[in-house]
Design a protein around this ligand. Sequence first.
Ligand SMILES: Nc1ncnc2c1ncn2[C@@H]1O[C@H](COP(=O)(O)OP(=O)(O)O)[C@@H](O)[C@H]1O
Ligand SMILES: [Mg+2]
Length: 369
Amino acid sequence: MASVKFEGVHKVYPNGYVGVEDFNLTIGDGEFMIFVGPSGCGKSTTMRMVAGLEDISRGTITIGEKVVNTVPPRDRDIAMVFQDYALYPHMSVRENLSLGLRLRKTPKAEIHERVTQAATVLGLDTYMDRKPRELSGGQRQRVALGRAIVRRPQVFLFDEPLSNLDPKLRTGMRVEIKRLHRSLASTMIYVTHDQLEAMTLGDRIVVINHGKIQQVGRPIDVYNKPQNIFTAGFIGSPPMNFFTLTLHREDGALFLRSENFSLKLSEDHPIAHTLSKPFVGSPRLTAGIRAEHLKIARTQSATPSIHAQVEVVEPAAPEVFLYLKSGDASFVMRDDSLLEPVVSPGQTLGVYSEPENIHLFDGNGERLT
Ligand SMILES: Nc1ncnc2c1ncn2[C@@H]1O[C@H](COP(=O)(O)OP(=O)(O)O)[C@@H](O)[C@H]1O
Ligand SMILES: [Mg+2]
């Protein structure tokens, strides 16, 4: 097992395209790290540089104590599982699992021991003599994982290994991979474009966009405190709602306003300190509120801060999603106390959010407080 360290890593493709820019990150020994971002953001490029399948244009990658920039893939002691894993169709599960070790001339007794252990961990014991065509998609995927496990590498690299599975199988495999990480206690880097997979699997996640790291942190911290609008909109489902507002100071109090939105911020709201310097007048900000943090104002004390029209009611037991419109802004709220159809399309509602659940971003999309 080993740590993996990226220092100032860049990837410029021969056509000049910058796939990865100034990537700096240390993945701890035994850590389960997730790279998440939209398709084309540079996840696979980064993984391929770790694996040695792609040159590093600038910077260094260190595995354990060793800078691996010029180390050939086979000497890096890593094992990779891709989305398009290919099993050998004419070989049994046992032969597929042992092939890599046989090619490396590993002693027979050791091959037997490692293959047996991997099969046990993955629950493949009873399928060892079957050919891949006699297996389900999930079982085949487990064989692909098994081929990586028998290598006992310092670092596992997973590049969207579950993308080809149907949703139900994916959930099952997610749990298995997590269990695998616990039992092997190895360093794992796992790439996905699926934010749910990212939120549920890893110790930490690295949010990537356009080849650049946007944020690194524990899933819950990234969720609770996204550092910019990109991360705020990418992590969480449904995506965070955004509203363009202006900030006003009236009678010493702070308000966020738009045509249909009026929110009073507390006197000691951290933004008040920011306000005095860069902001003069009524600066435009983006306020972000997650669907579960919007509430219907049912009582006098809960002052509605948004007046909105219900467009669509989407029951998704045990919750209900309400799609609302207020002026130009469309947004969604999630409510688990709305199981009876008390709200119907066309209705006007007063909606509010607690101030602490409102995320504020400046004109560059950076978090303000
Ligand atoms: N050989 C290449 N030459 C030029 N551009 C490439 C090459 N390979 C990948 N890219 C580009 O680099 C970007 C990142 O690709 P990739 O790392 O595969 O993204 P991801 O895995 O996040 O979907 C994409 O825009 C892709 O088109
Ligand atoms: Mg990819």
